[in-house]
Design a protein around this ligand. Sequence first.
Ligand code: CUA
Length: 357
Amino acid sequence: MFALLIQDPVNINGPDRSPQQAVDAYGQLTKLASTFSHVDGLFYFTYAVCIFFFVLIVGVLLFSVVKYRRKTWDQLPASNTTHNTPLEVVWTVIPLIIVMIMFAWGYMGARDMTVVPLEASRNTYKASAKQWNWTFHYPNHPVASYNEVWLEVGKPVQFLLESSDVLHAFYLPAMRVKRDVIPGRYQSVWFTPTTVGEYHLFCAEYCGKDHSKMYAKVHVVDTATFNAPQRPWDQWEDSTPELAAKSGANLYSQLCIACHSVNGTPGVGPSWKGLFIKNADGTYTGRQREVIDNTDGGKRKTITVDDAYIIESVHLPEAKKVAEEPYVRNAMTAFPDLDERKVRGLIEYMKTLADTK
Ligand code: CUA
């Protein structure tokens, strides 16, 4: 019960990402934004039962401690009663009934959440979890999105959940859904978003070092916005190198920032600063780099950083691994679904971090 109350401290939203408070006030649920209102009923029922019994038990305890306390050292026990059968039956049967109500209520809720209606199954998204980000694939649209997903208001949706590494959990408090994401099998949840807005999606299963950073934004938008010719998750401005670099910088802050710095500080992976060198005539030359070439039997080689190398490293990071310590010991997350246009945006951004000759 208390774990339920403290699972989402109010200050979980950083300054840059605060679409909706995870919990509006201590001990209260966030505003409901789906049709699963029975979850709130059960939550507040459980809450009320806990408060009632806490007050009752502590009250009786305090009363007895004061009333029946020993007043002199040689005072004999006030009573020799060892048990009272009717009383014991009462305090066994009443809690049993209450617990069975909670069980039946919870069971029906879990069933509603996991038995997917036809309408939702026709609107199936795939949410792929891995350490430590979310990838979303849309029904009837080829472009995937990362750590952000767009839904149409009022339309039942199913999420097919998969993990390519360890246990994660798909937890969307505003929609009142939570489901473990288990490697090696598909799980699913469904709900109907009822309110336009932005919501938090959390990973609710401890999954390693950056578990706490594994959250995503869920945008619930109206039908017109959702179906706009330029879908909201497919907006990518790259008509000039400057705009591409700006889009790339934005994507960097969602996907890459956890491991790669842009100021030369070493991280889990190498910094992006100075990957390119800007020549006097405005062109760029890639820096030389020692790599372990796993596409060629793990040979040590010196390569020159270029677009092809970076595209390969995003899609298949183990192909040519930086040979330098400590990076050689760390594995990078692969982003095989990141289309080349977006990787080129990242490259344009890298070029803005170039050293000048
Ligand atoms: Cu993924 Cu915690």
